[in-house]
Design a protein around this ligand. Sequence first.
Ligand code: NAD
Length: 337
Amino acid sequence: MKVRRTRYLRRGRPRAVLFTGAAGFVGSHLADRLLDDGYRVIAVDNLITGSEKNLEHLHDHPRFRFIEHDISEPLEIRERLDWVMHFASPASPPKYLKWPLETMRANSTGTHLLLELAREHRARFFLASTSEVYGDPKQHPQPEDYWGNVNPLGPRSVYDEAKRYAEALAMSYHREFELPLRIIRIFNTYGPRMDPHDGRVVTNFIRQALANEPLTVYGDGSQTRSLQHIDDLVEGVARYMKVEDPGPINLGNPEECTVLELARLILELTGSDSDIVFEPLPENDPTRRRPDIERARKLLGWSPKIGMREGLERTIDSFATTAAPAEPLTAARTAQA
Ligand SMILES: NC(=O)c1ccc[n+]([C@@H]2O[C@H](COP(=O)([O-])OP(=O)(O)OC[C@H]3O[C@@H](n4cnc5c(N)ncnc54)[C@H](O)[C@@H]3O)[C@@H](O)[C@H]2O)c1
């Protein structure tokens, strides 16, 4: 492991990060952290699934700039970049199923163009991949050297296979051009600024519980999820930026619970009287997911600090105090056109 002392200044100016997907849930928290750490942040997003609201508080920041742009199209940046961090992609199943081709383009053409941009600027490349590259895993928990069990033709493949392609492409640039690379595989992450309508299990349950609507459990609820709070993910990314290793590195919380346990915990924490209803399991829905985080522990000295109860309490508080955002899907179509 090579740990570098981080320098945030290059010849007297802050290091610059081009960050794609900055208006999304994960990206907006990382933009905050990068600015806190002294970087200049050029945020790029086409708002297909993100919202400018997530970045509103940064608009007057002297080291922040927002560019509305689809990263599947070439992007010219004049100022010298030190990092290209690629987090732009629809990420929740209802959204990538609604925008299958846009999802594939963001992770294929988008990744390719951004790798070229990084090469041109001699910048480091950071790729946000996903635990979905393990598909419906046959090995449990999932270490990074597990190759996965993905249906290449199923409806979810537009996301899973696109991310696998993005990893392969980034790794080829690393091998061929010695492009400095970091790949993370993010496991289910939750926290404030998630879109309440993104169709993910945590947001569905919290939104339904707060509205006293029945909580929808798919299947019998015995499938498991491992949920990571956003602050733990952000800390993992910040640490990884200081370590020269292409990865991939799993970032997730190994604390595992069944979907039914999660539903009951959210009912308890919200004090909701909602019922739980059961609906058929969607096709290729993973039955078990849990990260093996040994590599992150060793390389980054990182492990998650926020337990599920505490993390969910914080998230429920933020949902309860934030007005429901406008339905984002129609706006996103317009923004892309
Ligand atoms: N949240 C999770 O649990 C999780 C898990 C695994 C991986 N990830 C990865 O993390 C990244 C961020 O996920 P998120 O949960 O914040 O999702 P999100 O939908 O909230 O954010 C994604 C952002 O990317 C933008 N985007 C999408 N396509 C784009 C394009 N072509 N050009 C420019 N911008 C585009 C969207 O508008 C949005 O702001 C994604 O790459 C996702 O695959 C997230």
